[in-house]
Write a protein that binds this ligand. Structure first.
Ligand code: 6PG
Length: 479
């Protein structure tokens, strides 16, 4: 029998996804890897999967039933292009190539254009959930032509995570829409992780809790509105002891955070779209600061508070930190969805925000209770101008607001960096401000560059003759 689906790339994500596919009724899975021995090794290690091994790209294609469907799970960039080119050689019009890697969405747009000219369909699909998700049920964000989703949808639905009875997969939009949304997912992931890390830092160094005690706090938080995969695994990381020293593992891990670049892409893209994803940006920058040992050493003796400020009521402070974390998290998601809205406008995608929140409820790294609230918000009003303004979130932020400020003040007074907490609060205050000093910026721009300004009390654009008699003229007269 021929295989109804194939997977290319037998590193851990690819082999796990192939095993997931093979475990579902009705699937026969062909696998291919550049070094064929690796594919044979995977097939031998998992006899229950009954994998059909492609000995070459041609053989792989021959072993797939038509129309052929293959999912590529190799490194983003050059390796992905190489595999696509090979498959295009041996596939036929009507076949479907799916890129399940973390591709940059503009690459996906380019690839879809090129591949579709051959009559072969190309689908860029974001897949989240790490190794475990790939094996047991990821959240899947496919883009590409709606037509291919008719074939692909049932296969992807069968392997996706399930949230409240619904598979965590939806056709996100055409060409690069799926990888765009996966990129935003990763940006939010960065913000979520940084916010949790800042909460940890404050609990450790202001409240004076031990790593174990903080693990207990997170476990407790995980029973409420903060319930999420990232909070859950944070407690586990904090409880882990180093075998050599007996210390908490977190105390012996070098404090330099790495990244593979998807957070950077989110921020670069958002800057281009003019969307203030400040929470995500601060998370990316915080990793960058941590990874600059020479600069940190050079600055190590700069003045700052000798110790954290005292807190009178530890329990109250812990609750304040929880509130600050929740409010900042709401801001990060609100900003992430803003980027989705602007991206959809720019690239002409019809993205259903509520459906995105739904498919993030399980399987992916940012899975959380909270996503249900976002789903509800967009179900009530798909044209919501900003998530923060949805009734549930307005309520949550109203409850948290005072605590949020107290936490940022304590962090500043203690000299503990809280870039994501404080920038989220600054964004919140910026949005709700009745008047912003942007008026002054406009005045400055008009002064040095005659960039003109509008007035609050009448229509039109204006310019002040700064180097003349300083009278105001209508902008039309100056150009
Ligand atoms: C996921 C993750 C996954 C990967 C990140 C890690 O959704 O399953 O986001 O894609 O773990 O790329 O990113 P960094 O290495 O940049 O932290």
């Amino acid at each position: 029998a021929k295989a109804n689906i194939g997977v290319v790339g037998m590193a851990v994500m690819g082999s796990n996804l192939a095993r997931n596919l093979a475990s579902r009724d009705g699937n026969t899975v062909a696998i291919y890897n550049r070094s064929v021995e690796k594919a044979h090794a995977v097939a031998q290690a998992h006899p229950e999967a009954n994998f059909i091994v492609g000995e070459s790209v041609q053989d792989f294609a021959d072993k797939l039933a038509k129309p052929r469907t293959a999912i590529i799970m190799v490194k983003a960039g050059g390796p992905t292009d190489a595999v696509i080119n090979q498959l295009v050689e041996v596939f036929e019009p009507g076949d479907i190539i799916v890129d399940g890697g973390n591709a940059l969405f503009t690459d996906t747009i380019r690839r879809e254009k090129a591949v579709s000219e051959t009559g072969i369909h190309f689908v860029g699909a974001g897949i989240s959930g790490g190794e475990e998700g790939a094996l047991n049920g990821p959240s899947i964000m496919p883009g590409g032509p709606a037509e291919s989703y008719e074939t692909l949808g049932p296969i992807l639905s069968s392997i996706a995570a399930v949230a409240e009875g619904e598979p965590c997969v939806t056709h996100v939009g055409t060409d690069g829409a799926g990888h765009f949304v996966k990129m935003i997912h990763n940006g939010i992931e960065y913000a979520d992780m940084q916010l949790i890390a800042e909460a940890y830092d404050l609990l450790r160094n202001v409240a004076g809790l031990s790593a174990d005690e903080i693990a207990d706090v997170f476990t407790e938080w995980n029973t409420g509105e903060l319930e999420s995969y990232l909070i859950e695994i944070t407690a586990e990381v904090l409880r882990q002891k180093d075998a050599e020293t007996g210390k908490p593992l977190v105390d012996v891990i070098l404090d330099a955070a790495g990244s593979k670049g998807t957070g950077v892409w989110t921020v670069q893209t958002a800057l281009g779209l003019g969307v203030p994803v400040s929470g995500i940006a601060e998370a990316v920058f915080a990793r960058a600061v941590s990874s600059k040992p020479a600069q940190r050493a050079a600055a190590a003796d700069l003045p700052g508070p000798a110790q954290a400020v005292a807190i009178e009521d530890r329990a109250a402070f812990i609750e304040d930190v929880r509130q600050a974390l929740y409010a900042s998290k709401i801001v990060a998601y609100s900003q992430g969805f803003d980027a989705i809205i602007e991206g959809a406008k720019e690239y002409d995608w019809d993205i259903k925000k509520g459906d995105i929140a739904k498919i993030w409820r399980a399987g992916c790294i940012i899975r959380a209770q909270f996503l249900n609230r976002i789903t509800e918000a967009y179900a009530q009003d798909n044209d919501l101008v900003v998530l923060l303004a949805a009734p549930y979130f307005t309520d949550a932020v109203t409850k948290a607001e005072q605590a949020w400020r107290r936490v940022v003040v304590k962090a500043v007074e203690s000299g503990i960096p809280s870039p994501a907490f404080s920038s989220s609060l600054a964004y919140y205050d910026g949005l709700r401000a009745e008047r912003l000093p942007a008026a002054l910026v406009q005045g400055q721009r008009d002064f040095f560059g005659a960039h003109t300004y509008r007035r609050i009390d009448k229509e039109g654009t204006f310019h002040t003759l700064w180097s003349g008699d300083r009278s105001e003229v209508s902008a039309q007269d100056t150009h």
